[in-house]
Design a binder for this molecule. Structure first.
Ligand code: KMH
Ligand code: ZN
Length: 269
């Protein structure tokens, strides 16, 4: 079994300071949180950016500040979001890919997102994928539902993406695939041999699905984008605290945790 890649999703687009006052917002805070997560066992960070007032932004300049802050401190793999926040235009969402990060997310379908709609037409998905491939940016397929795995495989058939792909199963978003063991097993069953996957369980599903992924040979994403609690009724102190718990669990279960260099090999970066 490959070593475990832990990804820290530090801020997301929707989480607020009201939900957890420890949410990093400024480029400095995000860069510092990223490297504290690396120290705790993360080999990758999934980045969103915020304006000073806390609103989500896909401005490449702000992403650039975060990435240079990270690079001054540590060598964690940087993955930028192209999901941004619901309601953003595709052009707006694609901006951080211009910075040539090692990885970027690619959401391969549309889905209800609570009361909102997260829209990704096939035409937009193809544009995003082609832009990433042209710039040498490895996509991580964000699959909120099973049809999104099928859409990614359609892009492979169309010659736009190549196997093996790396997937992130985002489970437990209201309106999408639930955060259950059965849902994770089903998503995993859809992947062609050689593909890698990680799981991002939303809210209280983060820990049990992470534990399953450790055992099943998948990888784990945790962080304030997906969950702000350490346990029921107790807020997490930091993103690093959530990473540390997964690293500890992996150790107990006999699965070694990957360094960024090892994760780069596993993901063929
Ligand atoms: N904020 C969500 C609507 C991604 O980062 O690629 C989309 C999202 C996915 O967070
Ligand atoms: Zn995200």
């Amino acid at each position: 079994m490959d070593k475990l890649i832990i990804t820290a999703a530090l801020t997301g687009a929707e989480t607020t300071k009201e939900a957890n006052p420890a949410l990093p917002i400024s480029p400095e805070e995000i860069a510092q949180a990223a490297c504290l997560c690396q120290q705790a066992g993360a080999s990758m960070v999934h980045l969103h950016a915020r304006k000073p007032d806390g609103d989500s932004t896909q401005d490449a300049k702000v992403f650039g500040e975060i990435i240079s802050g990270i690079r001054k401190r540590c060598d964690v793999i940087v993955q930028v979001s192209t999901g941004g926040a619901v309601g953003m235009t595709p052009e707006e969402r694609l901006q951080p890919v211009q910075l040539n990060p090692e990885m970027a997310t690619l959401s391969t379908g549309s889905v209800n997102f609570g009361d909102d709609l997260f829209v990704n037409t096939m035409e937009d998905i193809r544009t995003f994928a082609k832009t990433m491939i042209a710039k040498g940016v490895k996509p991580e397929i964000e699959a909120f539902d099973s049809g999104m795995v099928q859409n990614a495989l359609t892009l492979v058939k169309q010659g736009i993406l190549e196997l093996p792909l790396h997937f992130d199963f985002v489970l437990g978003v209201p309106g999408a695939m639930p955060g259950t063991p059965e849902a994770l097993m089903y998503m995993k069953s859809l992947l062609p041999a050689g593909c890698t996957w990680t799981v991002a369980g939303i809210g209280r599903t983060e820990l049990p699905l992470g534990a399953m992924a450790i055992i099943l040979g998948g990888h784990v994403r945790v962080g304030f984008e997906d969950n702000v609690y350490y346990k029921r009724g107790q807020l997490a102190e930091s993103n690093a605290q959530l990473v540390q718990r997964i690293a500890r669990l992996a150790e107990e279960l006999g699965r070694e945790v990957a360094t960024p260099a090892e994760a780069r090999k596993i993901l063929h970066l």
